[in-house]
Ligand binder design. Structure first.
Ligand SMILES: [Zn+2]
Length: 192
């Protein structure tokens, strides 16, 4: 960002614009990946028709937190480890998970059992990502239920991650810009 390059704190409007741009880039990349047959992952094939419906709908807003679950690019141990922010991919919120992913957070992690209840009722217990997508694009209330779960859980994971950041000895963590607040996004859907 220009202001940050000049050593100044960017204005809120610039944050808003940057987030909008990131979202546009993410959407474009996601759509490109979905259209690319070489992507070749069974899950992408399962999600594709749903995503096409989702991208064409105007009343839904793909929130930042929902995007993190959708892409796997957020405070998930596997992703943080991949980008060098964590030394291991395990989950910090439960004892037995060696690889924290979006699916673990959505479906398994016992730390979020309370937040998950409404989602489980909505999806009749099937919290696989393709099923969740199928449901939320068909109903605005289901969309809002999923968005609430993502907002609550990912906010908590982000807060815990910021606490760890303060005590991290990893050089890549110390280089992080103060107040950046957002993880870098790379292209493509996460591997499930
Ligand atoms: Zn966990």
């Amino acid at each position: 960002m220009e202001a940050r390059r000049r050593g100044e704190e960017p204005m809120p409007r610039e944050y808003t614009r940057r987030r909008f741009e990131l979202r546009q880039i993410l959407m474009a990349k996601r759509k490109g990946r979905l259209e690319n047959p070489s992507a070749g992952h069974a899950t992408i094939a399962a999600i594709r028709p749903v995503m096409e419906g989702l991208l064409g709908r105007h009343h839904v807003a793909l929130s930042f937190r929902l995007t993190q679950i959708l892409t796997g690019h957020g405070c998930f141990g596997k992703y943080l480890c991949r980008i060098g922010w964590e030394q291991s991919p395990g989950c910090h919120h439960c004892d037995d998970c060696l690889e924290d992913t979006a699916q673990h957070t959505l479906e398994v992690c016992p730390a979020w059992a309370g937040q998950r209840r409404a989602l489980e009722n909505m999806a009749a217990g099937d919290l696989s990502l393709p099923t969740i997508f199928q449901i939320i694009v068909q109903s605005e209330s289901a969309w809002n239920t999923a968005a609430s779960f993502c907002e609550e859980v990912m906010s908590a994971k982000d807060a815990a991650e910021r606490d760890r950041e303060r005590t991290s000895t990893l050089p890549s963590r110390r280089r992080r810009e103060p107040g950046a607040g957002e993880l870098p996004m790379t292209s493509g859907l996460h591997e499930l």
